[in-house]
Design a protein around this ligand. Structure first.
Ligand SMILES: NC(=O)C1=CN([C@@H]2O[C@H](COP(=O)(O)OP(=O)(O)OC[C@H]3O[C@@H](n4cnc5c(N)ncnc54)[C@H](OP(=O)(O)O)[C@@H]3O)[C@@H](O)[C@H]2O)C=CC1
Ligand SMILES: CC(=O)N[C@@H](CCC(=O)OP(=O)(O)O)C(=O)O
Length: 324
């Protein structure tokens, strides 16, 4: 069965990763590519290594009124640039929005594919979580659901690779500014705080009022490591056991005894979670690792597309990570 898919924002980092994954997906056929300044280029001009079958596909100027017949559209546009345009996409085209415009918006499923796949199946509009929520919520979910931590007292410290900012990102993310540099940003008000807080509240039934979230840019291309400080009396083994039970049927979340490393996930849709706890100090440290372009963007987007198309969720996503 061939499922006709399109990508708008294909020249960007998220769209380019969606292209890479779709190119080897057994059921998805890429028939439409769109963008803005890249319109008119063939895929091979932007991606010299693209498989031959896709090389001649021409990137079109993004215009929802002129879409070809599509089953699924992946939107990977700057946050703020997709809401109006996606509202004009015909209802029979399923959409997975990788950007931030539809998270916790009426009519859209919040696509935490490893945590509530049943809420995504059968939907036609899915908002992919942000890259930081993807890393942190997979680590927190087993603790929150099993009431092992206080939902109102969580401190999240996150490190991200530079590709998280996109290729259209601010020039302050150039090599000279980023190499051998560590940069905290978005303190106290990062845009991902509301979706993290809402999900903590949904999973725990309590308030996330004390949430602290601080991201840092680190000089690597891909990867996110979230180190999350929580209050709770469980032991390390109890946290690991809770996570192993919670993810027993899930294909993409690996629970590890060792603290996870960003390279474990590179190029994959995997999420790694682990825990270290000291009950006497009322302290649980949860750790989560993803590739920001994998589980943090295009990988989870394809997992969500599989779910809404009625395919096994791992279809086209079970390749091993890149190592080293
Ligand atoms: N990078 C990451 O790790 C993650 C990104 N995201 C989100 O995904 C979205 C895309 O991010 P990312 O790929 O990094 O960004 P990039 O800056 O790398 O790419 C942006 C893309 O959007 C296209 N675009 C911009 N404006 C328009 C427009 N008006 N009409 C049509 N196309 C347009 C650009 O096309 P052109 O080149 O043709 O102008 C380009 O393909 C953002 O919302 C981002 O926040 C989410 C999770 C992780
Ligand atoms: C390094 C960097 O800048 N990362 C981005 C997160 C990327 C992402 O997930 O963005 P959306 O929520 O807009 O989809 C940021 O902090 O805003």
């Amino acid at each position: 069965m061939s499922i006709r898919v399109g990508i708008v924002g294909i020249s960007g980092f998220g769209g380019g990763e969606a292209l890479r994954l779709i190119a080897s997906h057994p059921s998805f056929e890429l028939v439409y590519a769109a963008g803005d300044s890249s319109a008119g280029s063939r895929l091979v001009d932007r991606f010299p290594g693209v498989p031959t079958k896709l090389a001649g596909l021409v990137i079109e100027k993004w215009e929802p009124a002129t879409l070809p017949k599509l089953d699924v559209l992946f939107a990977s546009l700057p946050t703020g640039a997709s809401a109006d345009a996606l509202a004009r996409v015909p209802k029979d085209v399923k959409i997975v929005d990788i950007g931030g415009d539809h998270r916790y918006v009426e009519g859209w499923a919040y696509g935490l594919a490893d945590i509530w796949p049943a809420e995504i199946e059968g939907r036609t509009r899915v908002a992919n979580p942000g890259c930081f929520p993807a890393a942190t919520l997979n680590a927190l979910a087993p603790l929150l659901v099993n009431k092992l931590i206080e939902p109102g007292n969580i401190v999240i410290d996150v490190k991200t690779g530079i590709s998280g900012a996109g290729r259209g990102g601010d020039s302050k993310f150039g090599y000279a500014e980023s190499n051998e540099n560590l940069v905290p940003y978005g303190l106290l008000k990062h845009v991902h705080m509301p979706e993290i807080a809402k999900t903590i509240e949904r999973l725990s039934g309590g308030s996330a009022a004390g949430l602290v979230f601080t991201p840092h840019l680190v000089p690597m291309t891909r990867g996110i490591l979230a180190t999350i400080y929580c209050r709770g009396r469980a032991t390390t083994d109890e946290c690991l056991d809770a996570a192993r039970r919670f993810y027993a049927e899930r294909a993409f979340v690996r629970v590890t005894n060792k603290p996870p490393q960003t390279k474990w996930a590179t190029g994959s849709n995997l999420a790694f979670v682990s825990y270290a706890a000291d009950p006497e100090r009322d302290l649980i440290i949860a750790m989560g690792v993803v590739d920001n372009l994998g589980k943090g963007a295009a990988g989870q987007a394809l997992q969500n597309a599989n779910l809404i198309c009625g395919l096994p969720e791992s279809t086209g996503l079970d390749g091993a990570p890149v190592w080293p």
